[in-house]
Design a protein around this ligand. Structure first.
Ligand SMILES: [Zn+2]
Length: 263
C-alpha cells in the first residue's frame, strides 16, 4: 500500500475527523480556565495552538504515523480532563474555606469575644475533619452562654459530641513548634493564628493542575512539534523551529517541576 492509499483508508479518515471532538473540548476548557484565571493567558494560548496543531497534523500528516499520534495525544488530553476539573474544584472549595478561616481570625482580632466568628471557625474545622478542635472551640465559646438564645449551637455541639468521642490530638504551631491543645485559637507560646496556617497548608495542597498542564504542553511540544517541524520545514527554518520548540518544552517542564513557593 502506498502512503497515499494509507492516508485515504477509512481508518485514517475517521481518525482525522474524530480527533476534533477532544480538540474542541480541550480548546473550550483552555479558554474557560484562562478567563477564570486558573491558568495564565500564555499557557492557554500555547495550549490552544497545540490543540489546533494536533488537528491539522491529523488531517494533513507530513508522515502517516502523525495521524494516530495526534489522535492519541488529543484523546489522552480528554481523559485527563475530569482529573483537571476535579482537582480544580477541590482546590477552589479549599480556598473558600481558608478564606472563611481568615475572615474569622480577622473578626477575632477586632473583637476577641466574637461568638459568631468562633462558631464559624469551629464549623469549618468540623467540615475538614478536625473534630476534636471543632468540639473544643465551640464548647469553650458556648460555656456560660444562655442555652435558650444559642439553642441551635448547643444542639450542634451535642450532636458533634455524639459523633466523636475520641481524645483529640494536638496540632503543632508552624511558627514555633509548640503543641497546642484543641480549643486554643492562637498559639499559647507565640500567639500565631496556628489553625489558619494549618488550613492554608493542608486544605489547599499543592497546585497539581497547573503542573500537569505544563507537563502536558511540554510533552506535546516534543511529541508533535519536533516531527512536524522536521517534515514540513526546510533546512533554514528547521533550526530556529527546533530552538523555539526545545525552549518552550524546557520552560514548561521547568514550570511543571519547579519547587512551589511558600507563602
Ligand atoms: Zn507558636
Amino acid at each position: 500500500m502506498t502512503t497515499q492509499q494509507l492516508l485515504e483508508s477509512p481508518a485514517y479518515v475517521v481518525m482525522s475527523i474524530v480527533i476534533w471532538i477532544p480538540i474542541t473540548v480541550w480548546i473550550i476548557s483552555m479558554v474557560h480556565w484562562a478567563v477564570s484565571g486558573e491558568i495564565d493567558v500564555l499557557t492557554a494560548f500555547l495550549g490552544v495552538c497545540t490543540a489546533l496543531g494536533l488537528g491539522i497534523l491529523a488531517i494533513v500528516p507530513p508522515a502517516p504515523f502523525c495521524t494516530p499520534l495526534a489522535s492519541a495525544a488529543a484523546f489522552l488530553t480528554v481523559l485527563l480532563y475530569p482529573y483537571f476539573r476535579n482537582m480544580n474544584e477541590k482546590r477552589q472549595l479549599g480556598a473558600l474555606e481558608v478564606q472563611g478561616v481568615e475572615k474569622a481570625y480577622e473578626q477575632l482580632a477586632f473583637r476577641p469575644d466574637n461568638v459568631g466568628a468562633k462558631l464559624k471557625l469551629a464549623k469549618l474545622l468540623w467540615g475538614r475533619g478536625l473534630y476534636g478542635y471543632a468540639i473544643a472551640i465551640s464548647e469553650k465559646t458556648l460555656r456560660g452562654l444562655p442555652e435558650n438564645v444559642f439553642h441551635e449551637e448547643f444542639k450542634m455541639l451535642t450532636s458533634w459530641k455524639n459523633q466523636f468521642r475520641e481524645k483529640p490530638t494536638s496540632l503543632p504551631c508552624l511558627d514555633c513548634g509548640t503543641q497546642n491543645d484543641p480549643g486554643n485559637l492562637h498559639c499559647k507560646r507565640c500567639g500565631a493564628p496556628f489553625l489558619l496556617y494549618y488550613a492554608r497548608g493542608a486544605w489547599l495542597g499543592p497546585d497539581l493542575t497547573k503542573r500537569v498542564l505544563n507537563g502536558w504542553v511540554a510533552a506535546m511540544a516534543l511529541i508533535v512539534g519536533f516531527p512536524a517541524a522536521a517534515m514540513t520545514l526546510n533546512r533554514v527554518l528547521i533550526i530556529p523551529a527546533v530552538i523555539i520548540l526545545g525552549g518552550a518544552a524546557g520552560y514548561f517542564t521547568y514550570l511543571a517541576v519547579k519547587p512551589s513557593s511558600t507563602s
